[in-house]
Design a protein around this ligand. Structure first.
Ligand SMILES: NC(=O)c1ccc[n+]([C@@H]2O[C@H](COP(=O)([O-])OP(=O)(O)OC[C@H]3O[C@@H](n4cnc5c(N)ncnc54)[C@H](OP(=O)(O)O)[C@@H]3O)[C@@H](O)[C@H]2O)c1
Length: 257
């Protein structure tokens, strides 16, 4: 039986991933701070699926608690890591509180990086495994979402693409999932009013679509993007690198004075 470890499983997107992997017959390791919510989800899953559910209560911004989750991943029996726990931070960079930015970076950047790093060696050794990283479409249009949230999600996309290039040939599949606005508590927690946002996706639809992309082994899955050709065009545009790069400054940067 395979096992999936899902961070941020106590609510929203992570809780739906937990239900879906349980229905695919995976044993689960559920990670979040709220052990009560994880216990409730575990009981719900146990009543409907014959899978084992382990609960790992951890604040991923706390280095010691993050290390405990990394240690669990290093045991070598995790087949799928869903790097989902995350938060949003509203407001501009200019107004941002340094401590709040530090917490966001710890949760959205440091934690998924170290968790992936803990699980990858075992997956490479076994020649199999998968990592799902939750990014966001705001990484592609940061001008619409000021502050550092977009940058943290951009990091998830770049991390996924780089990791995929490194371990894809070694049997490890890496998927970046880029949702747009999805109906979860993240908005309210950040102080945003979801009713002001157009085209909000239901969370079950988001995860089901992301899992279609997972089964297709897509590198990047963008559930709300109707025309997949737009993403392909963006990727093709990126192909100017590295062939367009030279060893000397481009002519426009030469100092003619
Ligand atoms: N919803 C959207 O519109 C949207 C759009 C694009 C991307 N995303 C991304 O999708 C992911 C999931 O978001 P969501 O919408 O499902 O959010 P959510 O409903 O607020 O759930 C966030 C999850 O992360 C956990 N979490 C938060 N802080 C944590 C901490 N310090 N340590 C451990 N766990 C923590 C929460 O559990 P506890 O509070 O119990 O710890 C919860 O299980 C995030 O990475 C987010 O950036 C969401």
């Amino acid at each position: 039986m395979q096992t999936a470890l899902i961070t941020g499983a106590s609510a929203g997107i992570g809780a739906v991933y937990a239900r879906r992997f349980a229905s695919r017959g995976f044993n689960l390791v559920l990670v979040a701070r709220s052990s009560e919510k994880l216990e409730d989800l575990s009981a719900e899953i146990a009543s409907t699926h014959a899978v084992e559910v382990e609960i790992l209560s951890a604040d991923l911004t706390n280095p010691a608690q993050l290390a405990a989750v990394s240690e669990r991943l290093s045991k070598g029996d995790i087949d799928v890591l869903v790097n989902n726990a995350g938060a949003a931070l509203l407001g501009t960079f200019e107004e941002a509180d340094a401590a709040a930015m530090e917490r966001l970076l710890a949760l959205n950047v440091t934690a998924p990086t170290l968790l992936a790093s803990a699980v990858v060696p075992g997956m490479v050794k076994r020649g199999s495994g998968a990592i799902i990283n939750l990014g966001s479409v705001v990484s592609l249009m940061p001008q619409y979402f000021p502050g550092i949230y977009s940058a943290t999600k951009s990091y998830m996309l770049t991390l996924s693409q780089g990791l995929s290039a490194e371990v894809g040939q070694k049997g490890v599949y890496v998927q970046a999932v880029l949702p747009a606005a999805t109906r979860t508590e993240i908005w309210e927690k950040a102080g945003a009013d979801l009713s002001q946002i157009p085209n909000v996706m239901e969370v079950d639809d988001l995860v089901d679509a992301a899992l279609v992309g997972f089964d297709l082994r897509e590198a990047v899955t963008i559930p709300p993007l109707a025309d997949a050709g737009l993403w392909d065009a963006l990727e093709q545009a990126r192909a100017v690198f590295p062939s367009g790069l030279g060893g000397s400054p481009a002519a426009r940067y030469l100092n003619h004075s």
